[in-house]
Design a protein around this ligand. Structure first.
Ligand code: ACO
Length: 428
């Protein structure tokens, strides 16, 4: 028998279905609340609001659990490639060798971008933030592939569009960097892996082909895997909201890129490094920044700390901390910023302000250090996050269509002026 929740309101009782998810998460389904009672719920920031039922990613914030399609992030991060992970997120199962071969071949096929699209890059000022270029270019790709404007949400056409997007996002990102740096673009090389090809497009020079080290290739795979999906976060919810108006996949993910850009979301990875560099250069003790973060009259926040869902630890940050340390050793590098980051973490773990608010390092705290070690420039950090998040955005967009969700349209409670007569200009 299905559980019911009873609401007593204005002397009447109303019943609502209680739904239990596959991991025993529970919700009260209030889809008929307004129709039955005339009331709406109020939940700014949606901290208590479920917007969908989803089969893709499971996050249990109090225990630091993250699973893609049931597989623990700790296993995927060490045993899969990003391409396998993307397939898993999109299609629900790890690919067979044959499926992986076909999927990889599709990604290779779609890596180049139309020559006319290439010309658009030179229209941006060299100071243009790569996130702005990425969002604009993702929208623009659809002009060169008009067939995707009305993309089916399942079947061969959807598969083609999904791989086109997964592949081209990487080319666009690398081209944006090369243009801004005033360097010639490098066309994709079909003989390279997904990550190796990206590194080649970023760093090869006319007289010096970039040599992809397996260590760096693996580190980039890990970074992208850890960012591949995270259920209904700000950017994924944005993709769903835009897609709910039946906007095409390209426009929906372009909007996701804009949401991700914000410093409270994906922009935090660059914010962390800027903060660590500032600590390093200024010579101020970490405590100075911690005191500022705790000061109610100061808008400063400790970047890379806190999370809406994780209230114990973020498993991605644990994996990254370990991997960054190993990567630096393997590359024979020592980074002062890693020492500062670890010191900052240590101090916060003993600080009552951070303990009482359950503020721990999130994915962004150590991820920038990994990108720094493999030579990715700071203004590309959030772009890297966007490349990683692409499978999650596409899978959520697809699932939303599969579930035939209604257009996203929240309500509000109006608190402005009540009706009043218009005042003619001469009388104001
Ligand atoms: N530094 C200092 N104080 C913080 C921080 C922080 N990084 N994060 C939260 N707090 C404080 C808040 O001021 C609040 O204090 P109060 O109860 O005294 O008012 C309390 O902790 C609860 O925080 P909320 O703002 O309610 O948490 P919310 O869930 O709304 O926001 C967020 C989560 C946006 C991640 C926030 O912790 C933050 O801004 N962190 C810094 C930016 C960051 O690292 N973002 C990346 C997040 S991960 C990702 O998106 C990929």
């Amino acid at each position: 028998m299905q559980d019911k929740a009873t609401l007593h309101l204005d002397g009447k009782s109303y019943q609502f279905d209680v739904f239990t998810g596959s991991e025993n998460e529970r919700c009260i389904d209030i889809q008929n609340l307004r129709a039955q009672t005339g009331y709406i719920t109020m939940d700014p920031g949606f901290a208590n609001t479920g917007s969908c039922y989803s089969d893709i990613t499971y996050v249990e914030g109090s225990k630091g659990i993250l699973r893609y399609r049931g597989y623990p992030i700790e296993e995927i991060a060490t045993r899969a490639t990003f391409v396998e992970t993307a397939f898993l997120i999109l299609y629900g199962e790890l690919p067979t060798p044959e499926e992986l071969k076909n999927f990889s071949a599709r990604l290779k096929e779609h890596a180049p971008i139309h020559t006319n699209l290439e010309h658009h890059f030179s229209g941006f000022p060299t100071s243009a933030p790569p996130m702005a270029i990425l969002s604009a270019m993702l929208n623009l790709v659809s002009c060169f592939h008009p067939e995707v404007l009305d993309v089916p949400t399942t079947g061969d056409e959807f598969d083609r569009t999904a791989s086109l997007l997964l592949s081209k996002v990487r080319t666009i990102a690398a081209f944006a960097y090369r243009m801004a740096a005033g360097k010639p673009i490098n066309h994709p090389n079909p003989n390279l892996t997904y990550c190796g090809n990206f590194l080649h497009m970023m760093f090869s020079d006319p007289y010096q082909e970039y040599e992809v080290s397996p260590i760096v290739d693996r580190a980039l795979n890990l970074f992208l895997i850890l960012h591949a999906d995270h259920e209904q976060n700000c950017s994924t919810s944005t993709v769903r909201v835009v897609g709910s108006a039946r906007a095409n996949l390209f426009s929906s993910v372009a909007a996701g890129v804009c949401a991700l850009w914000g410093p409270l979301h994906g922009g935090a990875n660059a914010g962390v490094i800027a903060m660590l560099e500032d600590i390093h250069k200024s010579g101020r003790p970490a405590q100075y920044y911690i005191d500022r973060a705790k000061d109610k009259d100061d808008s400063f926040k400790l970047m890379g700390f806190g999370h809406r869902v994780y209230k114990n630890f973020d498993p991605r940050s644990i994996i990254l901390k370990k991997q960054v340390d190993g990567l630096l050793r393997a590359l024979n590098l020592d980074d002062d910023l890693l020492h500062i980051a670890m010191q900052l973490e240590e101090v916060t773990l003993k600080d009552e302000y951070f303990i009482s608010r359950n503020l721990y390092p999130n994915v962004d705290f150590y991820s920038g250090l990994l990108l720094r070690a493999i030579g990715i420039p700071l203004n590309m950090y959030t772009v890297m996050f966007a490349i990683g998040r692409m499978p999650g955005w596409i899978a959520n967009w697809q699932e939303m269509h599969e579930h035939n969700l209604r257009i996203s349209r929240p309500r509000q409670i109006y608190t402005g002026k009540t009706a009043r007569p218009f005042v003619p200009l001469a009388e104001r």
